[in-house]
Design a protein around this ligand. Structure first.
Ligand code: SF4
Length: 362
């Protein structure tokens, strides 16, 4: 029989006691961040155990100049930019896609890249889909690009900013800025890349990595296992999300990614340029690469919102309410930084579910 929430919490308290020092685990997924905040889990954990949020929100890690390029494209009279809703309010250097739309730029929210692909097939506008996200969303985008080439849909292209999770995990550890005792690895990314993708990280950094699902019980199981591994001095990658992820991942999805994309150096908000951490379209798909098709996409040098500490939040170097703008000038209805915009952003999660404004506590 699977342990209950109460049993898992008791086990976690016992293990944290046995370790007897501050413990820092990082969840590398915005969906985990949201689930942890929404469930109030932090308040139930032992005081020496801290859960930190990492760079796992796709919108949050997308750099400012990408938003600037998307806005520049949306302002072209021949282009319709299609995107997931989370990207609309992300601040660029001067504006956001939402503001640009209010000023007449053509920006449409879609629920899937398939919607954008279908719109291109049935119309004559140049449709540019904003390809943002990790190994989870990239295969669907890859499929649309491959189909566009096969069917000759010449008015469909992607502005590509897909990113890969394992290089970001390595970059965090290499920086030495944030001492960690383990990674709670993302469930849905792991469905695609498999548990074995974390084995080199566990080995190279002597750090336990556990893949977990998104229910409270899943997260507690993952945390308990990380602590057990820490106690036993075990540095390995394990799967606590057996109903979703496997060791090998999804071979068909990975083959599709490899057919359409190639790994490239890309810029992450907060982490900078990381070698082989992004996905670029292979040259065979140049006709569907918005960056090449509409070149040169000249935008002024990017400007981060003044005072915003999203970069520090994404590296686990600062908690959301340690940013001086949190809850003052930056709130979900008026976000200054990307981490407050996205439904998976750490600042948004903290604001909605965990933050108690001082005047309420007085
Ligand atoms: S509170 Fe707002 S400005 Fe501060 S780090 Fe979070 S998103 Fe950025």
């Amino acid at each position: 029989m699977n342990p209950s929430t109460a049993e898992l919490l008791q086990r976690i308290r016992g293990l944290a006691d046995a370790i007897g020092r501050p413990i820092r685990l990082m969840e590398v997924c915005g969906t985990h961040t949201m689930a942890i905040s929404r469930s109030g889990l932090r308040a139930l954990l032992p005081p020496n155990l801290r859960l930190l949020s990492g760079p796992g929100c796709p919108v949050c890690v997308t750099p400012v100049d990408y938003v600037d390029k998307a806005i520049a494209l949306a302002r072209r009279p021949d282009v319709v930019v299609m995107t997931f809703g989370d990207m609309l309010r992300v601040p660029g250097s001067e504006s956001s896609l939402e503001q640009a739309r209010a000023e007449g730029a053509r920006v449409r929210v879609v629920y899937s890249p398939l919607d954008a692909f279908r719109a291109a097939r049935s119309g004559s506008d140049q449709v540019v889909f904003l390809g943002v996200g990790f190994e989870t969303t990239a295969p669907t985008v890859a499929w649309t690009v491959r189909e566009a080439r096969r069917l000759g849909v010449s008015n469909y292209s992607v502005l590509c900013a897909h990113k890969l999770i394992p290089p970001a995990m390595r970059a965090l550890l290499d920086s030495g800025e944030c001492r960690l005792d383990g990674f709670l690895c993302p469930g849905h990314v792991s469905v695609m890349i498999g548990t074995k993708a974390y084995e080199p990280i566990a080995h190279d950094y002597r750090l336990p990595c556990v893949v977990a699902g998104f229910e409270v019980l899943d997260i507690l199981r993952g945390v308990a296992r990380l602590l057990e591994m820490r106690c036993a001095g075990l540095a390995a990658a394990e799967n606590a999300y057996e109903r979703g992820a496997t060791s090998e991942g999804n071979p068909a999805g990975l083959a599709l990614l490899d057919e359409v994309f190639t790994a490239e150096t890309t810029v992450w908000r907060g982490l900078g340029a990381l070698l082989a951490s992004g996905l670029a379209l292979r040259p065979a798909f140049d006709a569907h690469d918005a960056e090449k098709r509409f070149a040169p996409l000249n935008v002024p040098p990017p400007r981060e919102p003044k005072g915003c500490r999203c970069g520090d939040v994404l590296r686990g170097a600062c908690l959301p309410d340690e940013c001086p703008l949190f809850g003052r000038t930056c709130a979900p209805e008026n976000p200054v930084g990307a981490c407050m915009v996205s439904s998976e952003g750490s600042c948004a999660a903290h604001f909605r579910y965990e933050w108690v404004p001082r005047e309420t506590t007085a």
